[in-house]
Design a binder for this molecule. Structure first.
Ligand SMILES: Cc1cc2nc3c(=O)[nH]c(=O)nc-3n(C[C@H](O)[C@H](O)[C@H](O)COP(=O)(O)O)c2cc1C
Length: 368
């Protein structure tokens, strides 16, 4: 069923296999940037553990011979609920960077969300891989002119939604990166950031300082008013903020703690999701990310009311192992696992999952 990359001695069957293989390939500095989280990495670990604290409640004899993973997202039917999370500096994982990721996206009908801190401009990606369904992730710079220009270019080049990331008013404290002495790329190599003043050799934290720490809900409302694209707010963890996103005109929220890279000991997306869905899912689309590593995690996220999920690090591990093909395999593995889980959980249609399919796990949490 699963193909083995030509140069690999072991078949890579799961996302965990790709993670292990990437750990062997990546240089220590790049690995610390990709795999690490903030300070003690409590939230980083809990993001994975939180999905495992949920048990599935499968239904039998419902007829699962025909399965349909499609979901409705921003009013559009999508073939499946996976998206590629925005991650910066993808050329640290593989020389082909975001272009390779876009090829994987196009091959699997997966939306790629391009980071403001990508090593490819929005127009270069659109020209190189026009078939990739794409959203643009915006870090809002203090210089609003630069941010408006980025949005205009995304609109012009076929990006279908704008994801404004709001959980980086300042960079998180990443001790793993500091110990490994991580340097990302030269500021000039990131065209989008260079316009906001990036230059010379910079650390990820230096890039973080370009982001406006005083971004507010009024800014969100302005982007909603000015942009023809639907606006999603990424980095929401409370029902209070989800309701503010509704009040300021957002079309969606991405429940996320930035992969455990910002404020350590915040709650996981899995734990934040139910209250946010209850408060706001009837008024906007709720998506979730963080620690999704198995098809069963996707089923649980949908059961709790998410419309779709974003995958961060596993894509970078796939890229590191085998470029575009590796990223594509990672998505295909997750899609195969999702299909299997839908059948065995007795919910052949992904969009029919609901909260009756999950319960708090009766087994002890051994994650700590
Ligand atoms: C190496 C790396 C870089 C990231 N860069 C960005 C970014 O530029 N913009 C953004 O909104 N989120 C960024 N994120 C957060 C991801 O979009 C996403 O929220 C997170 O990685 C999901 O968790 P997962 O990696 O456990 O799947 C980054 C995450 C990682 C691991």
């Amino acid at each position: 069923l699963y193909l083995m990359p030509a140069d690999s001695p072991h078949p890579l069957l799961s996302l965990a296999d790709y993670e292990r293989a990437a750990c062997e390939i990546l240089d220590p500095a790049a690995l610390s940037y990709i795999a690490g989280g903030a300070t003690d990495e409590v939230t980083l670990r809990d993001n994975v553990a939180a999905w495992r604290r949920l048990a599935l409640r499968p239904r039998m004899l419902v007829g699962v011979g025909r399965r349909d993973p499609s979901v409705e997202l921003l009013g559009v039917r999508r073939p499946h609920p996976l998206l590629i999370a925005p991650t910066a500096f993808q050329r640290l994982a593989h020389r082909d960077g975001e272009i390779a990721t876009a090829r994987a996206a196009a091959a699997t009908s997966t939306i790629i969300c391009l980071s403001t801190f990508a090593t490819t401009t929005p127009e270069a990606l659109a020209e190189a891989v026009p078939d990739a369904p794409r959203w643009f992730q915006l870090y809002v710079f203090s210089d609003r002119g630069v941010s408006r220009d980025l949005v205009a270019r995304a609109v012009e080049h076929g990006y279908e939604a704008l994801v404004v990331t709001v959980d980086v008013p300042v960079a998180g404290v990443r001790e793993r990166e500091l110990r490994a002495g991580v340097r990302s790329l030269h500021g000039e190599q990131l065209a989008s950031a260079a316009a906001a003043g990036a230059s010379g050799e910079m650390t990820p934290a230096d890039f973080g300082e370009l982001v406006d720490p005083d971004l507010s809900w009024d800014d969100i409302e302005r982007f909603v008013a000015e942009s023809p694209l639907p606006v999603l707010v990424k980095g929401i963890l409370t029902a209070e903020d989800a309701l503010l996103a509704v009040a300021h005109g957002a079309s969606g929220v991405i429940v996320s703690n930035h992969g455990g890279r910002q404020l350590d000991t915040v709650l996981s997306g899995a734990d934040a999701l139910p209250a946010i869905v209850e408060a706001a899912a009837d008024q906007l689309d709720v998506l979730v990310d963080g620690g999704i590593r198995r098809g069963t995690d996707v089923v649980k996220a949908l059961a709790l009311g998410a419309r779709a999920v974003l995958i961060g690090r596993p894509i970078l591990c796939g890229l590191a192992v085998d470029g575009a093909q590796g990223a594509q395999r990672v998505i295909e593995i997750l899609l195969a696992e999702l299909d299997n889980a839908l059948a065995l959980a007795g919910s052949p249609q992904a969009s029919n999952l609901d909260a009756t399919f999950v319960m708090p796990a009766p087994w002890p949490d051994r994650s700590r």
